[in-house]
Design a protein around this ligand. Structure first.
Ligand SMILES: CC(C)(COP(=O)(O)OP(=O)(O)OC[C@H]1O[C@@H](n2cnc3c(N)ncnc32)[C@H](O)[C@@H]1OP(=O)(O)O)[C@@H](O)C(=O)NCCC(=O)NCCS
Length: 163
């Protein structure tokens, strides 16, 4: 089983290499290494025998919304539930923070659907589209699919009843 941990600054280069590997294959967007350092507190890493085999980040977009970004699992570690474990850790964080919804823009919507997300219209997340997507070189030809998971009901269920 992978061990999922908050990323440390020393992990930034390995995270960058993992994202770059998949970005060069066209499976995800590039992240400059400087941006990874700036967002290191958003990142989680998965380790097997101490080696980083996966990463993902939870980026808060506002009072009720966060985005799962930069999810990547090394080729050798795929199919071992590493990706599922990273998403679960991001969702857990989002629930502890009291967020209502977590979304992602992805080329792998089927994977996210298995993690409890549903297909969405990207315009459900105007703050993403008008602050970030507009600056993306693929804005007018975007192939990413929006997915969202609602946490409010799950969060309500996880809150212990006070009697
Ligand atoms: C997509 C990715 C994160 C999945 O990670 P993984 O660790 O291999 O996936 P898991 O082993 O955790 O899979 C969990 C479940 O999702 C399913 N799944 C995995 N990849 C899938 C895909 N591309 N489409 C549909 N379902 C998928 C698995 O079959 C498994 O299903 P189960 O619960 O019925 O057994 C990984 O393939 C990856 O890093 N790809 C390259 C980068 C990328 O595409 N990132 C996606 C975000 S943009």
């Amino acid at each position: 089983m992978p061990c999922i941990e908050p990323a440390r600054l020393a992990d930034a280069e390995a995270i960058h290499q993992l994202i770059t590997y998949w970005a060069e294959k066209g499976d995800m967007l590039h992240r400059p290494v400087g941006e990874i350092y700036e967002a290191i507190r958003d990142f989680k890493v998965a380790r097997i025998d101490g080696e980083i085999v996966g990463c993902g980040s939870l980026h808060i977009m506002g009072a009720d919304l966060a985005e799962v970004r930069s999810l990547a699992v090394s080729e050798a570690a795929q199919g071992k539930r590493v990706g599922a474990a990273i998403v679960a850790a991001c969702v857990q964080d989002a629930m502890s923070l009291g967020l209502d919804r977590v979304f992602a823009l992805t080329y792998r919507p089927g994977f996210f659907e298995k993690q409890g997300f549903r297909l969405a219209n990207v315009m459900e997340f105007p703050q993403k589209v008008w602050n970030e997507c507009v600056r993306c070189p693929f804005f007018t030809n975007c192939k990413e699919v929006a997915v969202v998971r609602s946490l409010r009901e799950e969060g309500d269920l996880s809150v212990p009843l006070v009697r």
